[in-house]
Design a protein around this ligand. Structure first.
Ligand SMILES: Cc1cc2nc3c(=O)[nH]c(=O)nc-3n(C[C@H](O)[C@H](O)[C@H](O)COP(=O)(O)OP(=O)(O)OC[C@H]3O[C@@H](n4cnc5c(N)ncnc54)[C@H](O)[C@@H]3O)c2cc1C
Ligand code: SF4
Ligand code: SF4
Length: 657
């Protein structure tokens, strides 16, 4: 299946297009349901997902990508999805998952949904892995982690905490208890050290234990401390920002990479700098100099190159170009490692580099019936990548238990937009995310990202180009009249050899104009809510109503609870057909009102002009049939006017008279 680029770039292939459309049309319940279909950690992802989907979003070709992660948060905060029924156990084979981080939780969730009895064994007192212990509270409030985990438990997944493989349980015991397959998802719980002179002793901290102490125990630094964080990744930025909130006087970061090479996400770096953290790029620590046993200075060498000629991480330095940086506390955030030294004793082999023997195709380890997933085998990355790996492990376990060969194929993505189509796309700036103010936020661990309001979320959602979800030619009906070629504002339909029309599904902007204009009815529309307009007109006219109102559903959120019974929402009035208007009249409507957005608010080209043409055509036909003059009217309202819709719908005194 060909997916829109956002969905394809998402490691768990979330239907971003689907939930964005639902948010844009104010249907938050449906949006949350779509998120839940494929995401076992929806609140966590809505808050801290690294959102690789946004990097591939095709709107980035025209202006800026959709703010997809933030819109998932709107969906989860505003939506009240229907309860997901607990799956019926359909397989007797018990599966054990070791480690309750994103990978293990996803494997457990998916196996439970497939009907397997699943137990997750977690060595810590709380499930959640790095999300529960290390991610700072100002980015991820823990009640969100708990909400996601409760929903997984509600599927019937048994999560047992304080149970470590190798300490409290062995594989033999699990086998004895009837577990037929085991999934290892042990993460990377250890911080790496630098191995330079002066490193051992007071004042040098490791990032993960430091973050854990700050998050869980409320650890604070003694007043007046100057902190130096070594590292240029996200964990380093988290350690630096946490140190600031934990009371450091100043915090500087030192990393090997040049600014453009830093592995930390650009938005994390920007937020850290906003908070006053200074970043020193292209320096590598040489030694820590102590005075009276206490950390005083770190001596750093200038970096020649971080990567070698094969692109491998292999830093080289100018040993004679050094600088001294003063500090009282040094936090090492230079990488994480797995804690798997005990595995060989359990009969699970490691290779000669001390890594788990693992086949990335089959997800199998070197021991029969034992599988692995997540960062233990992938190395550091994002939560959603670990989740996707957990999903893949669940599929591998299912194939193993069913005696099937495990195969896995990633779906493909729609290609880029053609430059001439990009040129015609209406530019609409991405809505900036509201953040708490830099100076104030460093005094607390409150969530920095304040999230969109439902109204701003709906506005942002309508920027989505609905890639691959628009017009589709029904070739058998096409009479090659070329109307679609003439009316499409984006030049999507093209004439191929022998006069054949090709509506390029991958380029379509889903404005809907051609669908209504095509005299042969040869164009189908993929986006939900369009093909069933006639059914909704019938429903709206039930009970002998005398007025039909069609309104742009992109403005639903501004209606603020107005009574919309008897009204027909349409995702942009460009999709209204003269036939829909005549149908309403035929069913008894004496007045038909189309409510669209003010011109400047419409993300499409020329849709209101076409809607006006259809109003005029319908009025002409209705007048010709003796059904009255000016039966159909088009109103254009600004968002704030939608809140007072009834005033615009009420017949004027003159009309009533
Ligand atoms: C500080 C920090 C910030 C991060 N921020 C983000 C972010 O903003 N966005 C993002 O997408 N990703 C972020 N990540 C990365 C993300 O947290 C990881 O990619 C993800 O947690 C990896 O999932 P996992 O399940 O493989 O491992 P983990 O989350 O590490 O889970 C492994 C689990 O296995 C348990 N375990 C280990 N050994 C045993 C044993 N012997 N027996 C039983 N249980 C065991 C551990 O206790 C742990 O609970 C961050 C990571 C860190 C450290
Ligand atoms: S414009 Fe919409 S459908 Fe297209 S890639 Fe971006 S989010 Fe996905
Ligand atoms: S739906 Fe709009 S963008 Fe797509 S082909 Fe038809 S007229 Fe062009």
């Amino acid at each position: 299946m060909v997916q829109p680029p956002c969905q394809n770039a998402c490691p768990v292939h979330q239907d971003a297009r689907g939930y964005l459309a639902a948010v844009a049309t104010g249907d938050f319940d449906r949006a949350a349901e779509i998120v839940l279909e494929t995401n076992p950690l929806p609140f966590v992802c809505a808050t801290i997902c690294a959102h690789p989907c946004e990097e591939k979003c095709r709107r980035g070709q025209a202006d800026q990508p959709l703010s997809i992660r933030a819109l998932k948060r709107v969906a989860m905060e505003q939506g009240r999805p229907g309860a997901v029924p607990a799956p019926t156990p359909s397989h007797p084979e018990k599966v054990a998952v070791i480690g309750a981080g994103p990978a293990g939780l996803t494997a457990g969730h998916d196996l439970a949904r497939m009907g397997y009895p699943v137990t997750i064994f977690e060595r810590e007192a709380m499930p959640g892995g790095a999300m529960a212990y290390f991610v700072p509270l100002y980015r991820l409030p823990r009640e969100l982690v708990k909400r996601d985990i409760e929903a997984i438990r509600a599927l019937g997944v048994d999560i047992q905490t304080d149970k470590a493989l190798g300490r409290d349980i062995t594989l033999e015991q699990l086998k004895h208890q009837g577990f037929r397959a085991v999934v290892l998802s042990l993460g990377l719980p250890l911080s790496r050290k630098l191995r330079i002179p002066g490193e051992e002793g007071e004042g040098v901290l490791l990032a993960l234990p430091f973050l854990r102490a700050v998050n869980l125990e409320g650890h604070r630094l003694p007043p007046g401390k100057k902190v130096i964080v070594i590292g240029g990744g996200n964990v380093a930025v988290d350690a630096a920002r946490s140190a600031l909130r934990a009371g450091a006087k100043t915090v500087i970061m030192v990393c090997l990479e040049a600014a453009h090479e830093m592995p930390a996400s650009p938005w994390e770096i920007a937020e850290a700098q906003e908070e006053g953290i200074e970043i020193n790029c292209s320096w590598g620590p040489k030694e820590i100099i102590r005075r009276n046993g206490k950390v005083a200075v770190i001596n750093c060498m200038a970096v020649k190159a971080v990567f070698d000629e094969h692109g491998r991480f292999n830093p080289s330095f100018y040993e004679d170009r050094c600088t001294l940086m003063e500090g009282d506390i040094i936090i090492l955030a230079i990488g994480q490692a797995p804690d798997i030294g005990m595995l060989p004793k359990l009969g699970i082999p490691l290779n000669d580099r001390g890594q788990l023997v693992f086949d990335p195709q089959t997800m199998a380890t070197g021991r029969e019936g034992v599988f692995a997933c997540g960062e233990t085998v992938l190395g550091p990355g994002s939560a959603v990548r670990a989740m996707a790996h957990g999903r893949r492990a669940a599929l591998a376990v299912d194939a193993y238990l069913r005696g099937d060969k495990f195969t896995f194929q990633e779906p493909s993505a729609l290609g880029a937009l053609a430059p001439e189509v990009v040129e015609d796309i209406e530019r609409v700036e991405r809505h900036p995310l509201p953040l708490s103010e830099g100076g104030r936020r460093i005094t607390s661990f409150e969530l920095v990202d304040l999230g969109y309001s439902p109204q701003v979320g709906a506005r942002e959602g309508r920027r989505c180009l609905n890639c691959g979800n628009g017009a589709e030619l029904r070739e058998e009906k096409c009479v090659a009249c070329l109307t679609c070629v003439r009316v499409c504002p984006y030049g999507v339909p093209v004439v191929r050899a022998a006069g054949k029309v090709d509506i390029r599904v991958d380029q379509c902007q889903a404005c809907g104009i051609c669908v209504s204009e095509c005299p042969a009815g040869a164009i189908a529309f993929r986006m939900p809510g369009v093909e069933d307009i006639p059914r909704r007109v019938r429903a709206a006219m039930k009970g002998g109503r005398k007025e039909t109102v069609f309104f742009c559903s992109y403005d639903t959120v501004f209606l603020q609870g107005a009574d919309t019974s008897g009204m027909v929402p349409v995702p942009c009035l460009g999709k209204i057909d003269v036939r829909h208007l005549l149908q309403a009249a035929e069913l008894g409507a004496e007045r038909i009102t189309l409510i669209g957005c003010a011109d400047a608010d419409c993300p499409y080209q020329r849709t209101l002009r076409w809607a006006q043409c259809r109003v005029e055509t319908a009025n002409r036909l209705l007048q010709g049939a003796g059904l009255g003059e000016g039966v159909v009217r088009l109103l254009q309202l600004a968002p704030q006017e939608f809140a007072h819709l009834s005033e615009f719908l009420a017949p004027s005194a003159k009309e009533a008279a």
